[in-house]
Design a protein around this ligand. Structure first.
Ligand code: NAI
Length: 810
């Protein structure tokens, strides 16, 4: 008997509704299923003649041969990009906007082709590639066509970085390409992009589109290949910036490989994002939210809501509802329009998922899967739910990158926050509650670059996206994302970093001599300078502290005569200072901008009160008579950052999903700040003031050679109501102390202004916890002395943007 619509509606059963793959196959056939490299606007064979197979995850069938680019191929691509860059920049914002607009139109005109090809190559359901990925790709190019048009007015003082190397993963092949290429091109850069080896096809089809719209040769180059090709891009000396999305493991390799190269770097890495459900949430919406959080793209999503934290009282009900929903999910041929979950990218990923699930069971968590079984002719994995997972369990901590949800419960909002933040990652979070007060109380407390309220996995070109902690740094999308692809004009002029200033190494004078004998003796021989019988101490937790090692070192005047002694701090002193800063950081971050402004003004006022004495000291240390001017400039700078303390606002992005997205610049946390020898007071103030104005707590290492400029400053700090621990000062050997700071896990960011070699070392060591770094690269020698010494760049480097998506309107 034929089924009626009512029957079908009742049983929710329907037959397959496959999308045709005819056109995609015809395109593959037209290329004889073999693809070369797209370099300088034309196609070429790889130098080595090496090709690799690309498979369809839903069947395991081979789709095409794809070229493996070698170092030499990458070099050709970089040369083409370099040759094209000037003209592309010179084309101007409007010219570039025209091309980006043409690309966006082309993507829309061929959207079905791109969707089908993406689904074939990646295994994601056609519903997702058709309704989410490809529309977002086009939107990204339209949005950035706009930024190209506006660059000359809105980013007046900036220029492109130059040639950008971009390496992307396989989970959103074309979308990640768009996130990388659109802003880069808009800002006048040219690119060499490497798709992931599992999913090269849509990027190759995209290269054809670039050709079709007449994009100038060399502006976009697509080199396919595996990690070796990626490494060749990372190591290429003529690339100015690397943008990477992928695993934290490879991100760390890239951080170390680029250390000291002066390459700008943005990393979008892994996650283990919490999905927090409070007891007043609308549980039916929550269930649909979970489907989008962890079963979207088979859970192979960096920001997947993979850790569900449920309010204890609703946990049982929530789990029952979820299991009922899971029972109805359909796993299968991704080209079927009625399928919810497609195929896993590759056997290696399927093995990883299977292994981690097995480990979860072995470690004692409860595992549940629906009663039906998955197709066996491709690489499939069923939706899986773990309950009673302990916070330390492997599956609670590791990114599984598959359709596996782990869960546990909490009793209070405080406990929810604690559990949510119990991870090395910080990419995203979802908060589900009908109570907006509660949601907006929790959002700032969760350590994550994106927070979705009563929603999840929503993206838009107008909003920034990116991580905190080991999820990486830099933003993609939104105005904040543009800064990844530009350099302030004043830094562009400066070029490569200076090498470490010569002759700064401290000579130890042995355990601090109570009477400062060495100083007194030398002073006796130099009647022009009366002895200063004092050894400056360290400043930790709001108190002067003797150095742990009991050593001090001599500070010489410009004429070589001894001026005084500074404490020689060591590893232990840095650790104490970091601890003090950590104790102070949370409260300082929560103080009002108004209060921080008042304190910075007060610092300026108290520095003014001691201006003469400070100026004299500087003149003696560095020679000349510039001390008075330096002190005056330092006071001016303190006023500048007092002014900024309550004005560096965020933005509201108008994202088209019945949402507003609040882009909030948040402090980085505890920061290490290593100051140069030049202008010892002004440079020190210029670095510390913006950091504390934005709510960070700092451990500052002042100029090694002229340390007394900063030790005098702590007396100003003492009298200016700066809370204990917000500014800590450790004097001593610059590179020894900065290495401890750079490797310290409780330091979230480090600025280093001490030359090329030290910059390289700091960048390398920062990879441990992926702390943000800002080093000498491209900073002119006299930065502190010019307008840029108080530029926006300092505020931006003191903050990271959190985007909070809030439902709004209909
Ligand atoms: P991956 O990080 O190795 O691959 C990402 C991209 O980096 C690919 O294009 C790859 O060819 C390239 N690459 C690999 N080694 C490189 C190197 N030494 N230098 C430069 N580029 C290099 O990720 P993979 O192996 O595909 O997946 C492994 C795990 O990483 C997954 O199971 C998942 O947990 C995680 N992952 C996370 C992603 C995210 O967006 N958070 C994306 C992809 C993977």
């Amino acid at each position: 008997m034929a089924k009626t619509v009512a029957d079908i509606f009742e049983s929710l059963e329907w037959g397959p509704a496959p999308e045709s793959r005819k056109e995609a196959d015809a395109w593959l056939d037209a290329h004889a299923r073999r693809f070369g490299l797209y370099i300088d606007g034309s196609w070429s064979d790889p130098e080595s003649g090496e090709y690799f197979d690309s498979f369809a995850p839903s069947s395991g069938a081979k789709l095409a041969d794809v070229a493996q680019a070698s170092k030499g191929d990458v070099d050709r691509a970089v040369k083409a990009a370099r040759a094209a860059q000037r003209a592309w920049e010179a084309l101007g914002g409007h010219g570039r906007a025209r091309y980006l607009y043409a690309i966006a139109r082309g993507l829309q005109k061929h959207s079905r082709m791109f969707s089908v090809l993406e689904t074939l190559d990646n295994g994601k359901p056609i519903r997702e590639s058709r309704d989410i990925d490809i529309p977002l790709v086009a939107r990204h190019f339209y949005h950035h066509a706009g930024w190209a048009q506006l660059m000359e007015t809105e980013l007046r003082d900036y220029g492109p970085v130059g040639v950008v190397g971009q390496i992307i993963p396989w989970n959103f092949p074309l979308l990640m390409l768009a996130w990388k290429i659109a802003p880069a091109l808009a800002m006048g850069n040219t690119v060499v992009l490497k798709p992931a080896e599992f999913t090269s096809l849509t990027a190759l089809r995209f290269a054809e589109l670039c050709d079709a719209v007449g994009l100038p040769k060399g502006v976009v180059n697509i080199v396919t290949g595996d990690g070796r090709t990626g490494a060749a891009i990372v190591e290429h000396p003529d690339i100015d910036k690397i943008a990477f999305t992928g695993s934290t493991e490879v991100g760390r390799i890239i951080r170390v490989a680029t250390a000291g190269s002066g390459k700008k770097l943005s990393l979008e890495l892994g996650g283990k994002s919490p999905f927090i459900v409070f007891d007043d949430a609308d549980l039916d919406s929550v269930v649909e939210g979970v489907v989008d959080a962890i079963w979207f793209n088979q859970g192979q999503v960096c920001c997947a809501g993979s850790r569900m934290l449920m309010h204890e009282g609703i946990a049982e009900r929530m789990v029952a509802k979820l299991q009922a929903r899971m029972e109805k999910l359909r796993v299968g041929d991704p080209l079927d329009k009625a399928v919810d979950i497609g195929a896993i990218i590759a056997p290696v990923q399927l093995e990883r998922i299977t292994r981690l699930v097995q480990q979860g069971v072995e470690e004692g968590a409860k595992m549940w899967q629906p009663s039906w079984s998955c197709p066996t002719d491709g690489w499939f994995y069923p939706p899986t739910l773990f309950t009673d997972v302990s916070p330390a369990a492997t599956i609670m901590q590791e990114e599984i990158f598959g359709p596996v949800l782990v869960s546990s419960t909490f009793r209070t909002p405080e406990e929810a926050v604690e559990l949510a933040n119990n991870t090395r990652y910080g990419l995203a979070a979802s908060i589900w509650t009908e109570n907006i007060n509660l949601a907006l109380d929790i959002a700032p407390k969760v350590v994550a670059g994106t927070v979705w309220i009563n929603s999840t996995n929503v993206f838009d070109a107008a909003s920034g996206f990116g991580g905190y902690r080991e999820s990486g740094y830099g933003r993609e999308g939104g105005r904040e994302g543009l800064y990844e692809y530009v350099v302030p004009s004043w830094m562009r002029m400066a070029g490569k970093p200076p090498s470490a200033s010569a002759g700064t190494s401290a000579t130890t004078t042995g355990p601090a001599s109570p009477g400062g004998r060495a100083v007194a003796a030398a002073a006796a021989a130099s009647p022009a300078f009366p002895p200063i019988d004092r050894t400056a101490k360290l400043y930790i937790g709001g108190k002067q502290a003797r150095p742990d090692g009991g050593y001090s070192y001599q500070i010489a005047g410009a004429d070589g005569s001894p001026l005084g002694e500074a404490s020689l701090g060591n590893r232990k002193d840095i650790r104490n200072a970091v601890e003090a800063a950590n104790r102070a950081a949370g409260k300082w971050a929560r103080t009002t901008g108004h209060l921080r402004a008042q304190i910075l003004y007060y610092l300026g006022e108290n520095l003014a009160a001691r201006a003469e004495e400070m100026a004299r000291r500087i003149d003696r240390m560095v020679g000349g008579d510039g001390g008075a001017r330096e002190v005056a400039a330092s006071i001016d700078r303190l006023f500048t950052y007092a002014a900024w303390a309550d004005k560096y606002d965020g933005a509201v992005h108008h994202t088209p999903f019945r949402m507003v997205t609040l882009a909030m610049p948040e402090p980085i946390g505890v920061m290490g700040i290593v100051a140069p020898d030049e202008a010892p007071l002004l440079a020190f103030v210029s670095l510390v003031a913006p950091a504390i104005a934005r709510g960070n707590a700092v451990v500052a290492v002042p100029s090694e050679r002229h340390a007394l400029a900063a030790t005098d400053f702590y007396q100003v700090l003492d009298t200016s109501d700066v809370p204990a621990g917000v500014v800590n000062i450790v004097t001593g050997r610059r590179d020894e102390l900065s290495a401890v700071l750079a490797a310290h896990d409780d330091v979230a960011g480090i600025w280093y202004f001490g030359g090329a070699e030290g910059s390289a070392e700091v960048e390398k060591l920062s990879a441990g916890n992926m702390k943000r770094t800002w080093t000498d690269h491209g900073i002119p020698r006299d930065w502190y002395d010019a307008r840029q010494g108080a530029g926006d760049e300092f505020l931006r480097e003191s903050t990271q943007v959190k985007n909070i998506w809030v439902p709004y309107g209909e």
